[in-house]
Design a protein around this ligand. Structure first.
Ligand code: NDP
Length: 355
């Protein structure tokens, strides 16, 4: 019988604590029994590694839509891609390649019940030229759909309107796609903010960003003044905190923040979205800047059309993706900790098995 392993949640980072590798444990566990009616036995091939997991690591998640991890439980992550090993569900057959956008277990083999809580779907690997990890790095809820729907619903971009877009967390999964989508949707200038020279070169040399700022070594405020001489019209915010306050100060009247994430404050135990300073809030009000909370989960009716558009752009070579792949389920915790510190370019994934 095949051996089985899983990743369990071992230890909370504690209030305002940074996640560490010893928060996770890699353990042998039972190989699942045969599926009961409605279930499928799955083999994990790839796991999606997502910042939102951080909020589940302490008892207070700061949000209402997901609960905390329990110590000793197997990690239930976000997306995954895998193979159906055995099926007792008429919608799936042995050998199907499948993906789910949430509740994929950090386990080599597990039983899943496809449905609302585990939205398992067959994937068409020919759409991505056999490169099935693209279902997590471009086509998933926490990558391309977040970027595409965020830009479309909250960006208010008009072709030919000469708008300038700024993206923070720009070399990550959502940011790298958001900037490219902003350009495709009609922004005349897209500036990315990220944490290394290598990431800046990736944005400007491999993707369609016009320029990039390394927030760790450059003065973001003066760089923005140089690179966005007409101010900022659209800000895709993955980061929050001081960095975002600096960007908001340079935003135009009637401009738009796409409030995607606030990773700079995820290690602080505050409710989401975290409070912003009074002077920034005043500026937002005085300049009529929109900054509504954005949660991709609230747009499930737009997933199908979003996927269609993302597949089309990918096949046409209009959007490019980078993946940072950590090998082995035993390294999933390490991959999460690394991503939270900026170790990834593009989407952070874990490859659990090749086939
Ligand atoms: P990324 O691939 O962007 O990885 C996280 C990146 O955040 C790191 O690579 C790092 O890059 C950057 N980062 C970490 N700490 C800081 C900091 N203190 N200041 C500035 N940058 C920092 O992750 P995702 O693309 O998966 O997620 C991006 C954001 O989108 C997150 O905030 C996430 O929660 C949010 N999100 C929101 C969704 C929604 O529905 N609204 C859905 C999915 C994701 P660097 O080297 O540049 O520092």
């Amino acid at each position: 019988m095949a051996k089985n392993h899983h990743v369990v949640f071992k230890k909370r980072p504690g209030v305002n604590g940074e996640p560490a590798e010893d928060n996770f444990g890699y353990e042998e566990c039972d190989y699942p029994s045969d599926p009961n009616t409605g279930e499928v036995l799955l083999k994990t091939l790839y796991l999606s590694i997502d910042p939102a997991m951080r909020c589940r690591m302490n008892p207070e998640t700061g949000v209402t839509y997901i609960g905390p991890f329990q110590i000793g439980d197997c990690i239930g992550g976000f997306g995954g891609v895998g193979l159906v090993v055995k099926s007792a569900n008429s919608a799936f057959q042995e050998g199907d390649v499948v993906s789910a956008v949430f509740n994929w277990q950090w386990t080599k083999f597990f039983l899943g019940t496809p449905g609302e809580l585990f939205p398992l779907q067959k994937i068409d690997s020919s759409l991505v030229n056999g490169h099935i990890s693209l279902y997590l790095s471009i086509l998933s809820m926490t990558s391309g759909l977040t970027s595409y729907i965020g830009v479309k619903e909250k960006g208010h971009i008009t072709q030919g309107a000469n708008q300038t877009m700024v993206v923070s967390g720009a070399a990550g999964a959502c940011g790298s796609l958001a900037g490219q989508i902003g350009k495709l949707e009609g922004c005349s200038r897209v500036v990315g903010i990220c944490g290394s020279e290598e990431k800046c070169s990736f944005l400007t040399e491999e993707l369609s960003f016009d320029s990039a700022i390394n927030y760790k070594t450059q003065d973001v405020s003066s760089e923005l003044q140089k690179l966005c001489p007409s101010g900022v019209d659209v800000y895709f915010d993955n980061v929050g905190g001081d960095l975002s306050n600096t960007v908001i100060k340079q935003m135009n009247t009637n401009s738009h923040v796409i409030l995607c994430g606030q990773i700079a404050v995820y290690n602080k135990d505050v409710p989401y979205p975290p409070p912003i300073p009074d002077d920034i809030q005043r500026m937002i009000t005085d300049k009529n800047i929109t900054r509504d909370r954005y949660l991709v989960l609230n747009y499930q009716d737009k997933f199908e059309s979003g996927m269609k558009q993302l597949v089309e752009w990918t096949v046409q070579g209009k959007i490019k993706v980078r993946e940072t792949i950590e090998e082995g389920l035993e390294n999933a915790g390490k991959a999460f900790v690394s991503m939270m510190k900026g170790g990834n370019i593009g989407k952070q994934l874990v490859r659990v098995a090749y086939s």
